[in-house]
Design a binder for this molecule. Structure first.
Ligand SMILES: *[C@@H]1O[C@H](CO)[C@@H](O)[C@H](O)[C@H]1NC(C)=O
Ligand SMILES: *[C@@H]1O[C@H](CO)[C@@H](O)[C@H](O)[C@H]1NC(C)=O
Ligand SMILES: *[C@@H]1O[C@H](CO)[C@@H](O)[C@H](O)[C@H]1NC(C)=O
Ligand SMILES: *[C@@H]1O[C@H](CO)[C@@H](O)[C@H](O)[C@H]1NC(C)=O
Ligand SMILES: *[C@@H]1O[C@H](CO)[C@@H](O)[C@H](O)[C@H]1NC(C)=O
Ligand SMILES: *[C@@H]1O[C@H](CO)[C@@H](O)[C@H](O)[C@H]1NC(C)=O
Length: 498
């Protein structure tokens, strides 16, 4: 919208607004012609709730919201976390927000630099006023001239944000087509419409459903005898399921001593109340699926044993930024990672925990723990089922032992066989050696016997004994003389017989 338009809006506002603010903290009603500035509040008659501009968490954006009045920062009833938000998808960037009822009886938020936000019904009324009730319902009514209530034009209870207060409904009005449902925030500090919705079954059956991105994610099971199949309701509350030709809805009220209560659905679809967790067992990763959860079909690369570990780390090297807008929650980003087979880690892209970036195997990255940077990073891990893990370990150990035994017995058998073979070979060898040695000595003997005194290459071989006896042990009497080759002896005649 251009500045011309803004000027026109401001001009037309000043034309009919009398610029009377409701006095601080002591009125519950805004009249036509009055305005509620940022910093002013409407407080319900007995002081339970208040309506005004707030900034959830560290956000600088301003939202017109209803909060518990006087709740403190640490408690469940934190007054900075509204139970209802008027402009969840159109935050105001500064403190210029003003709430008023225009001349046609509509609730409007105006601010500098943004188009006015009309959040009440399109019905017109000449004399309207808006009151914050002690139930937490902000109700716009048309008045008669005597100040009595003519009709209800609009009420915040028909448009819940993410908190179900006593008296709010979850279900469908068949006549108008309107449905009452809760829609999650995108993150703890971003009230924008998230991806989880809790409402009645559109078929009209007595059942509550949580949708994630339009797909059925959880069902309560049918309402029977005051309870649901898959939802245990406790506390000091009185629950009812109303169903007739006009409408079907679930609602609850508090018993007299417990006024303050609420079911809050967070950005991950978890529903909590003051007494604790109510619905929080489903997971888009297919894990932790308890009663009522609709099993998500996982890609083939996932086995359902995966989970993401939240680490306060810094990943050096940016992830693949799938979404830098503030439309995706951490849970939506988790789903993107689960469904991308190469993804092993993800994180929000923005400090307000919105947007989505993923890291894939093969990407250039480095995880540095205990740093500041991407903030919370969620890293894929695999659940090790304790008993299955033990069984696997036992099987593995048994397998290893079996292989060891097999190998060692193989080795022993081979060694034995080899030893036996080599012994046999040795025996054979020894036998052969023996055989060959006896043979050769025999042959040598025979040779000796044969060759003794026999001419062989014109040389005659004589044994030493025969020579010794023939020469009378080399007696000097038999010595003939001494030549170049030693002494020469005369032999007996009997030797010549040989
Ligand atoms: C703030 O909350 C704490 C517990 O959450 C409570 O004990 C304390 O009384 C509260 N203070 C006020 C002023 O409400
Ligand atoms: C509008 O309602 C007030 C009471 O709240 C009454 O005094 C006034 O006369 C009404 N105006 C018209 C035009 O009906
Ligand atoms: C969340 O943070 C992003 C980036 O800083 C910003 O653009 C966006 O407006 C924020 N959203 C809300 C609702 O505060
Ligand atoms: C409920 O309302 C939403 C938005 O107003 C719409 O998208 C959805 O179809 C409605 N559901 C039924 C069952 O009418
Ligand atoms: C349904 O609506 C019609 C017309 O609005 C009304 O007359 C009737 O009493 C309603 N039925 C129930 C059970 O509330
Ligand atoms: C999955 O991740 C890879 C690598 O980060 C990317 O190239 C691819 O486009 C992603 N696929 C889908 C369907 O987002």
């Amino acid at each position: 919208m251009g500045s011309k338009g803004n000027n026109f809006v401001l001009l037309s506002l000043s034309c009919y607004l009398s610029f009377i603010s409701p006095s601080h903290s002591d009125t519950d009603t805004l009249l036509q012609g009055q305005q509620l500035n940022d910093g002013d509040y409407l407080v319900s008659a007995s002081g339970t709730f208040r309506l005004g501009f707030v900034s959830p968490g560290s956000s600088r954006n301003r939202y017109l919201g209803i909060s518990y009045n006087g709740g403190n920062q640490s408690s469940y009833l934190n007054d900075q976390i509204p139970v209802w938000v008027a402009n969840r998808n159109a935050p105001i960037s500064d403190a210029s927000g003003v709430l008023h009822i225009d001349h046609s009886g509509k609730l409007i938020i105006s601010s500098n630099g943004a188009s006015p936000i009309v959040f009440s019904s399109i019905q017109t009324a000449s004399n309207a006023s808006a009151t914050l009730l002690d139930s937490g319902n902000f109700i716009l009514r048309e008045l008669n001239s005597d100040g009595s209530i003519k009709r209800v034009l609009w009420q915040s209870f028909d448009y819940p944000t993410n908190v179900l207060l006593p008296g709010m409904k979850l279900g469908i009005n068949f006549k108008t087509g309107h449905n009452w449902s809760l829609t999650s925030w995108v993150s703890d500090e971003v009230p924008a419409s998230g991806s989880f919705t809790l409402g009645g079954n559109p078929s009209g059956s007595r059942e509550l459903i949580i949708w994630w991105q339009g797909k059925v994610y959880w069902t309560s099971g049918l309402w029977r005898d005051g309870s649901f199949d898959f939802l245990r309701l406790q506390g000091n509350k009185i629950f009812s399921y109303i169903s007739n030709e006009n409408e079907t809805y679930f609602t609850y009220h508090m018993d007299k001593n417990h006024i303050v209560s609420g079911y809050r659905m967070d950005y991950s679809g978890i529903v909590t109340a003051k007494e604790g967790l109510i619905i929080g067992t489903c997971s888009i990763t297919g894990l932790r699926n308890a009663d009522g959860c609709v099993k998500e079909t996982l890609p083939e690369c996932r086995n359902g044993k995966e989970y993401f570990e939240e680490i306060t780390s810094y990943i050096e090297g940016n992830g693949l930024k799938l979404d830098e807008s503030d439309k995706l929650s951490v849970t939506d980003c988790e789903a993107k990672c689960v469904n991308n087979c190469s993804c092993f880690a993800f994180a929000s892209t923005n400090d307000n925990k919105t947007g989505c970036q993923i890291w894939s195997r093969g990407m250039d990255f480095k995880i540095i723990s205990a740093g500041s940077g991407n903030g919370l990073v969620y890293v894929l891990q695999t659940h090790k089922d304790a008993t299955k893990w033990k069984i696997r370990l036992i099987i593995a150990v048994a397998g290893v032992l079996f292989v060891l035994v097999l190998c060692s017995s193989c080795y022993l058998i081979r060694r034995k066989l080899r030893a036996r073979r080599s012994r046999r070979e040795q025996e054979i060898l020894i036998y052969e050696i023996r055989a060959s040695t006896t043979h050769s000595s025999k042959s040598r003997k025979t040779n000796k016997l044969k060759g003794e005194g026999k001419k062989s290459h014109e040389l005659r071989f004589f044994s030493f004994e025969s020579i010794a006896s023939a020469t009378d042990n080399f007696a000097t009497t038999n010595k003939l003389g001494e030549g170049g080759y030693g002494p020469v002896y005369k032999v007996h005649s009997k030797c010549s017989k040989i």
